[in-house]
Design a protein around this ligand. Structure first.
Ligand SMILES: C[S@@+](CC[C@H](N)C(=O)[O-])C[C@H]1O[C@@H](n2cnc3c(N)ncnc32)[C@H](O)[C@@H]1O
Length: 219
């Protein structure tokens, strides 16, 4: 395993490693975040959310990661603008300068703007009704936070900010690696019980079956 790049921020250490088979993995403070081999769930977040909307022209993605949700979003020709919000400046740099090989082509798409900041702040400061879809994939779900400070994202004030930033008819979609009944309940208070949906989907992680969840708040 070769270390390709590393950086320190106030949140700790971010490391990019290349495996013997050429695939890349991202780790934060030693904890596995994602890799370039098993990306079906990052893609599914985009494809399933876009499938819920008739005209998803404007999309916000919280968490650039290695860019697979972004790539799947850009593959939808109905999408005219994607704001990507990523908290780690180093990761955006590695995507821009080709340290992550597929990064430059992805970020060169004229529909993409990248914001280096906390998505909670971006949502708080977003104009009302700016987006058709808001996709949040910054942790492994509310039960498995990459950064403790992200806990607030799954509470009412931040979800209210997301709702306000979404056009009527749009949706806020939160990805989770596990069933998250507390989140569903909180979203029920923010979006309305009958305007909150929990969607589970099965993925095959190289022979290992897993079930992941999307929590959808309809605006
Ligand atoms: C699981 S990865 C996202 C994967 C992405 N969907 C993809 O397709 O590659 C989570 C990303 O969210 C970022 N992140 C974590 N907390 C954040 C926050 N509060 N605001 C913005 N980005 C954040 C992490 O640095 C990481 O890049």
């Amino acid at each position: 395993m070769e270390q390709v790049a590393a950086s320190e921020s106030e949140r700790g250490q971010l490391v990019l490693r290349r495996r013997e088979d050429g695939s890349i993995e991202l780790r934060a403070n030693g904890v596995f975040v994602m890799d370039t081999v098993e990306t079906s769930t990052e893609v599914a977040l985009a494809v399933r959310a876009l499938g819920l909307h008739a005209d998803p022209a404007s999309v916000l993605i919280g968490g650039l990661g290695l860019g697979f949700t972004l790539q799947a979003t850009l593959a939808d020709e109905r999408v005219r603008h994607v704001a990507v919000v990523e908290i780690e400046p180093a990761l955006v740099g590695w995507m821009r300068d080709g340290t992550i090989e597929h990064g430059p082509a992805l970020l060169a798409d004229s529909r993409v703007t990248v914001h280096v900041e906390d998505v909670a702040v971006a949502l708080r400061e977003a104009p009302r009704s700016e987006y058709d879809l808001i996709l949040l994939d910054v942790d492994n779900g509310p039960g498995y936070l990459v950064h403790d400070a992200n806990a607030g994202l799954y509470r009412a004030p931040a979800l209210e900010d997301a709702r306000r930033a979404t056009r009527p008819g749009g949706m806020v979609v939160v990805w989770s690696a596990a069933e998250a009944t507390d989140l569903e309940e909180t979203m029920g208070t923010v979006f309305g019980r009958f305007r909150t949906e929990a969607i589970s989907y099965d993925v095959d992680l190289q022979g290992r079956p897993e079930t992941y969840w999307l929590y959808v708040g309809h605006c």
